[in-house]
Design a protein around this ligand. Structure first.
Ligand code: HPA
Ligand code: ZN
Length: 338
């Protein structure tokens, strides 16, 4: 069906900044990898599995997401997973992507850190060579695990520093405030990693405050709840701290009741550096273009707003300034011609 707004979003150059590679594992690929690795799944088919994708909160999603990741054993599995995602980026005109990976999800099962990162890295190199997509890799600590486990993961990551741009913090937010990870983030910062954290998805605005003050992050993943604290909003605006929003994720995890309640428009109006992304697209019913389109339709984003979100995505990225400028110029040229 002809949809001019979908066409506009399709050709808009975009950067993806909030994407868990394990969350791109489509049911069909999960079944294929499970079969070749001889791993039994609790579901008869990919369609059966998809029916289980109904979540009332973050934890219900995470339980299924960690189960799904268990099919990933070998370097080629991580390669295939990442390559499949990059091919979707090419289709959706995502020209730059900054990918989270959760090494503890795998090392806890006895998979070597080297196996995980080598598979992802090889796909990222092929993705740049074959598809022209630039990328960065970001290691996330699982916040439901102890600080000590995060320290150990950081140690394991040090030999691969050249391949890892930053560290983040994900998994079960409530009851696991950023303050628990202040020391490991300090060490990661000293080692030269760029710092970011999931905060204010289910957790309160005070978790965003802690991420800024105690973890010294330069980007907030989600950050929806900042709107509960006017002083915090003012600081986020003043410092132009990016908030990497994921509307379909918020809808599926019941962070919002309906897409029309998503705060992105309000955030843009307040001058926040908001961006839109897909989080775990295989689980939440859409990649970046579906996030742009469905949110635009639900909250009434204009083409100008969408162009602004794309510009923000490059501004908030870890690309060098000259590359940011090139993409921002291209977005402006594209929007001026529409
Ligand atoms: N929130 C926290 N942890 C996660 C998410 C999320 O949306 N996706 C994967 N790990
Ligand atoms: Zn996330």
């Amino acid at each position: 069906m002809n949809n001019p707004l979908a066409d506009f979003i399709q050709d808009l150059p975009k950067a993806e900044l909030h994407l868990h590679i394990e969350g791109t594992l489509e049911p069909e690929l999960m079944f294929a990898i499970a079969k070749r690795n001889g791993i039994p799944l609790d579901f008869a088919s990919a369609d059966e599995l998809k029916k289980a994708y109904r979540f009332n909160n973050l934890q219900e999603f995470l339980d299924i997401y960690y189960l799904g990741a268990k099919v990933l054993l070998h370097e080629v599995d991580f390669y295939d997973l990442t390559m499949a995602y990059l091919n979707t980026c090419a289709v959706q005109n995502v020209v730059h992507t900054e990918i989270f990976f959760d090494p503890q999800t795998h090392t806890e099962r006895g998979i070597a850190f080297d196996t995980v990162i080598r598979g992802i890295r090889r796909a990222l190199e092929d993705g740049e060579r074959q598809l022209g997509i630039t990328s960065r890799l970001i290691l996330c600590f699982l916040r439901h695990l102890p600080e000590e486990a995060a320290f150990q993961t950081l140690e394991e990551a040090l030999p691969y520093k050249e391949w890892i741009t930053g560290v983040g913090l994900d998994s079960s937010e409530l009851g696991n405030p950023p303050s628990r990870f202040a020391r490991v983030f300090r060490k990661a910062g000293e080692e030269g990693f760029l710092l970011m954290a999931h905060a204010g998805e289910e957790g309160p605005a005070s978790y965003i405050r802690e991420a800024l003050d105690l973890l010294q992050v330069i980007r907030i993943d989600h950050g929806n709840r900042c709107l509960d604290d006017e002083d915090l909003v003012q600081e986020l605006v003043l410092r132009q701290i990016p908030l990497t929003l994921c509307p379909l994720s918020n809808l599926e995890l019941k962070v919002i009741r309906q897409l029309a309640d998503h705060p992105v428009k309000e955030m843009l109006e307040k001058g926040l550096l908001a961006t839109l992304h897909s989080d775990d697209p295989a689980y939440f019913g859409g990649y970046i273009n579906e996030n742009y389109l469905r949110t635009a339709e639900a909250v009434g984003l204009t083409r100008h707003d969408l162009g602004q979100l794309a510009i923000h995505s490059f501004q908030a990225s870890f690309l060098p300034d000259p590359e940011k400028e090139i993409w921002i110029d291209r977005v402006n040229t594209y929007c001026a011609a529409c």
